[in-house]
Design a protein around this ligand. Structure first.
Ligand code: 1KN
Length: 452
């Protein structure tokens, strides 16, 4: 083991109230909103297929030209309460919003740069309106903050000269001041989601990433920091040079999920996957026909998949420049919300159940509960759901969550193996079966292994 000054500050999962709440939330809404939402991926009549929040670079737009979009930011259809109501109906328990994306434009009236909401026609502190509206719906709010900043002249991708190190040190002070401002002026913030930390300049300043983590936790005790902020003494990111996870949860799953078999080790730490609805658009893009757009059920399966592996799922919305929410996103919020209203108990406060992944779907389990949840996406033509249980676990009664009176047959077919007999019919949404189980009891070993 290496002696590290800027490595992981602790090992294992945090078990304080703030982290327990973050973990039990499970389902969150990501919001990417900034100047990039105004052009929405189109510039001088040309549509750029790359991620809309990167239009400045994909269309080779000068910083002066891009930054003048600030004078056009005046979202006439913006209504924070409507956004929050939609999110509530979708069933999210938290929301993470881009306070500042790579473009450097700040949604809050920062003292440390004029490139912020107060110098737009909108003028008002739009971040405060959003935080207050979501908190009023009982939804926790977290802040996304990009360390990478295309606007600030002191930003550096690498440190190659004395000038670079002097300028970048000014930049790090600027960023730390902004973060202190956010943690101080928005006291209900629960977590910080850092992005734009992959460049050499940041990797060479691991000390700063720990200083920021400590500062935020002193200004806002209990606040939660993602691993993506952190670099250690040797520039190792997310996990330090001893392989220990830095920050409070792993944030390496972006537009992808851990494999239920190959990546089963993620169940031993906290993690979150963030996901776009199109293949790769975080900010609003006018034309979603350029890629696959995930269906509500595709996204719902990802949420269940994440919960089944002990992780959170952060689903991204990209509001338009006028503050309205596109119909595809409204539809997804409604469809997922309808399912969550009935079945949310198999997501909220649920975790990895400790059983082997089966083809028909996912297991989840509420901490300490003797109830096993089965969420079925792929109904087998036989109607027989195979379940392998860990030694000493016994399955008893089972029923669909929505029809507790109607028993589902639980058949023990071999040692630690069961089949549940699912009525064969057309199902048009994911089915939930709850199974009463006993642990720690040895089932009579009435099955012997074949001699081979
Ligand atoms: C160079 O690759 C990327 C990919 C995505 C990002 C940003 N991270 C996501 C969470 C979005 O904010 C996206 O713009 C930045 C650089």
């Amino acid at each position: 083991r290496l002696e590290l000054k800027y490595g992981a500050q602790y090992t294992g999962k945090r078990t304080d109230a703030a982290m327990n709440k973050w973990r039990s939330n499970r389902f969150g809404q990501f919001i990417h909103w900034g100047l990039y939402a105004i052009p929405g991926g189109v510039w001088n009549g040309k549509t750029y297929n790359y991620a809309a929040e990167f239009l400045k670079s994909s269309a080779h737009i000068s910083t002066a030209t891009w930054d003048s979009l600030m004078y056009k930011f005046n979202p006439k259809k913006f209504n924070a309460k409507e956004w929050a109501k939609m999110a509530k109906k979708m069933g999210v328990k938290y929301m993470t919003i881009t306070t500042k994306h790579h473009e450097g434009f700040c949604l809050w009236p920062s003292r440390y740069t004029d490139f912020n909401i107060s110098n737009t026609p909108y003028k008002k502190d739009i971040l405060k309106e959003i935080v207050d509206a979501y908190n009023a719906e009982g939804i926790d709010v977290n802040f996304y903050y990009s360390v990478l900043d295309w606007h600030n002249p002191d930003w550096r991708y690498d440190i190659k000269s004395k000038e670079d190190s002097i300028a970048f040190r000014r930049y790090l002070d600027f960023a730390e001041n902004q973060l202190k401002e956010l943690a101080t002026n928005y006291p209900t913030v629960k977590a910080f989601w850092f992005d734009g930390t992959w460049d050499a300049s940041v990797k060479k300043n691991g000390w700063w990433t720990l200083e920021v983590e400590k500062m935020l936790k002193s200004v806002r005790p209990g606040v939660i920091i993602n691993s993506r902020l952190r670099a250690d003494d040797y520039g190792s990111r997310h996990k330090d040079s001893n392989g220990e996870l830095m920050g409070d949860y792993e944030s390496g799953y972006e537009r992808r999920l851990p494999d239920p078999v190959k990546d089963i080790k993620v169940t031993s730490w906290d993690w979150e996957a963030c996901m776009t609805i199109p293949e790769n658009q975080w900010g609003y893009h006018q034309d979603w026909s350029i890629s696959h757009v995930k269906s509500p059920l595709e996204l719902l399966e990802m949420l269940v998949h994440a919960t089944s592996m002990g992780g959170n799922f952060l689903l991204n919305f990209g509001p338009k420049g006028d503050g309205s929410i596109r119909s595809e996103e409204q539809n997804i919020a409604k469809t997922i919300g309808d399912w969550m209203a009935v079945n949310g108990q198999v997501i909220y406060n649920c975790d990895y159940a400790g059983l082997k992944k089966q083809d028909w779907g996912y297991f989840t389990r509420e901490k300490g509960s003797n109830q096993l949840n089965m969420v079925i996406f792929n109904v087998p033509v036989s109607g027989l759901l195979h379940v392998d249980v860990p030694k000493g676990m016994i399955l008893k009664k089972a029923h669909f969550l929505t029809t507790p009176g109607q028993q589902i047959k639980v058949e023990e077919i071999a040692k630690n193996q069961y089949l549940l007999h699912m009525p064969i019919k057309l199902y048009t949404s994911p089915q939930v079966i709850v199974v009463e189980c006993d642990n720690g009891k040895e089932n009579a070993n009435k099955y012997q292994d074949a001699k081979t």
